[in-house]
Every structure is written in C-alpha cells, then in structure tokens.
Design a protein around this ligand. Sequence first.
Ligand code: ACO
Length: 375
Amino acid sequence: MDTGQNTGQGMGLDGVVAAVTNLSQVDGKAGRLIVRGRDIEDLAGSYDFADMAVLLWDGLVPDLPNADVVRRSLGQARLQAAETLPLLLPAAQGLSPIEGLRAGLALFNDQDCDHLLLCAAVPVFAAALWRQSHGSRPIAPNPNSGQAEDFLAMLNDGTVDGAAARALETYLVTVADHGLNASTFTARVVASTKAGIVSSVVAALCALKGPLHGGAPGPVLDMLDEIGDPSGVAPWLDAQFAAGERLMGFGHRVYRTRDPRADVLKGVVSDLRGNLCRGPNRIELAERVEKEVLRRLAERYPDRGLDTNVEFYTALALEAIGLPRELFTLAFAMGRVLGWTAHIFEQEQTGRIIRPASRYTGPIPEGRKLSAIAG
Ligand code: ACO
C-alpha cells in the first residue's frame, strides 16, 4: 500500500493507493473517467445495464455469457427477487426507502445469493418499498424488459415513458463504476475478510447512504426549491456560505476539474427538457445556481479546483425521469451495484485482507514507550 504524503491525523486517505484494479480509473486532473479502457462518454448512451454488466464482470465471473443472456438472466432474477417481498414489506414498514433496501438485501444469504440476484433485487425492492409507503401493492417484474424500463413500470403502475426509460438506462451506465469511491472501498474491505458478496454489498450501500456520497442529489433539489427563483440565488448562497455549509452537488475528492459524468447527465436533462416536472425554468435556475456557486467556491478556495460533481445533474436528470427524490440514492445503488460486485470479485481474487494502520495519539502507560510499528 502506498501511503503517499497523507499520513496525518484527520486525513481521509487522500491520494492513498489501496487497491490495484483493471475496472476503472478516475483522472481527476483531466476530468476523465475510463471504464475498462473506454471513456464514460462513449459508454453512456450506447451501452445498457446488461452490456455494462458484461464489461465489468468480464474475466471475474467464470463462464460469463453474452449481454443478451445476461439481460434475460437479470429478468429472471427480478422475478426471483420479488419472491422475497412478502417477507421484506411487513418488516420495512416505517423505514425510509434506503433503509428498506438495506433490510431487503440483508435478507439474502452469502452462500446462495449471486451477483445477478443482488443487481436484480435493487429495482424490485426500491419500487415495491416506494409503493408500499404510498399505500400501493407491488407490481410484478416483467422479465422481458430491460432493467431501467422494468423499474419504471414496477414503480408507476406498469406505465413507462420510453424516453425516460432510455435516460435512466444511461444514468445507470454512467454511475456503474468510479474507482475507489467510499462505497466501493467499503465493499472491498468487507470482501477482503471473505465475509461474502451479500455482506459486502450491504456494507457498500450503508456507505452510499450518506449525504457526502450518494445521498447528495435529493438535497440538491431541496436547495433549488428553497432558492425558488433567480432572485433568491444570492441571498440563499450568502446565508449558506456564512454558516459554513457544504453545497450539495459540488466538490470532489479526486476531480480538480469538472466531473465528466456531470456533462453526460446534463445531456440527459436536455433531452428530457419537456419532462421536467418543475417546468423548463428548473434547468435555467439550476444553471444560474451552478454558475454562482462555482464563482464563490473559486473565490474562497482558489487552489482547490472545486467544480460540479455528478450529483448536481443527477438530481435534475432523475427528477426529469420522474423519480421521487426519496428514491435518488436507491437509483444510484441500482447502477453502482454493478461496480460493487465487480470490485468484490476482484478483491476476493487477491486473497489479502485490507488492514491499514492508525497512528495512536493517546496516553501511554508510565515507563513504557511505543514501538515504531503502527497499529
Ligand atoms: N461546498 C462548500 N465548501 C466545500 C464543498 C462544497 N460542496 N466541497 C468542499 N468544500 C470546502 C471544504 O469544506 C474545505 O474547506 P475547509 O478547508 O475550510 O475545511 C475545502 O473546500 C476543501 O475540501 P476538499 O478537500 O475538496 O473536500 P473533501 O475531498 O474532503 O470532500 C466532498 C469531498 C465530500 C465530495 C465535498 O466536496 C462535499 O462535501 N461536497 C458536497 C457533497 C456532495 O456533493 N457529495 C457528492 C460527491 S460525488 C459522489 O460521492 C457520488
């Protein structure tokens, strides 16, 4: 493990190389995301979820079939996942959708559950949990549909807008993998202990839930709602900056420039402009807020290169697709579960437990000295 320069207290492992992977690479200086040798801009829009699964699982899943077979297997796995709903739904009463999803995935056992069932379960559980919280019964999956289309059908009484389904498919591909982000790192740590695929994915989902990672897009829309109209931008930001608040959808640990996924998703929003439930002014307001936030962040942190991250346009894209904001983090999990499973397989192949060191700064018993070996 390369500990780089950041070994100080309070550091978040910035710049530390903690895994070797051939899955994806984030080039933070150039603003590029490469997944298995392809730029994300090339994959988004031309690949669907099953294509992306094959790209990421290739060489990691023995006898991996082609994308058509994986597409059909995912459909069958959605039917299988739906068999768990009678157990999950009563237990998830009163939980938020993301907590319900956490409970649902935890119902599987590490021995019998495979990567296909985990990937298939996320949309099935998300749709059913949402419907239950609104007093509706689940809609059965259609094994012949694609992952995004079936999710929207299960959510919306079987009705699907084709453009929204294509846009969601693009979103799932765009967020499928992204280097050693917090949730993927968590998945690899748990996988390294040989705890199993379900335990590793559940742990990853727990990491994704936080607002500094996958929980940001809902608050992005809350921000736009609170600002209301262009006249509200400056006073709202004045108050946030004065209070030292972080602005959701901006900044990134690795990118020193614009997150390339932000532009892919901005394109998705443009294509769906007519669907924006808050009207076309939503995007104009968002662009105004973005411009003003970036100006202020550059003024305050001139050397840091804080820019728009994936979550800002994720919020607008998922809203335009018609998803309720309480499902945004679950939609993220729906895409990222592909990357988690691939990283879990890759980590398991190394056979080595991830166990970094800490630097103790507490008291030591009188007359004793600590050895130089960090614990
Ligand atoms: N708004 C205001 N200030 C910010 C923001 C922001 N969005 N991001 C960073 N800063 C500030 C920090 O507070 C810090 O200030 P300080 O030195 O006075 O404490 C300074 O900029 C430098 O911070 P970084 O080192 O760039 O931040 P870090 O790498 O620790 O955190 C993170 C990255 C968590 C993404 C951060 O930028 C943030 O909180 N953003 C808002 C939440 C968000 O959008 N999360 C989604 C990220 S994308 C993803 O996970 C899928």
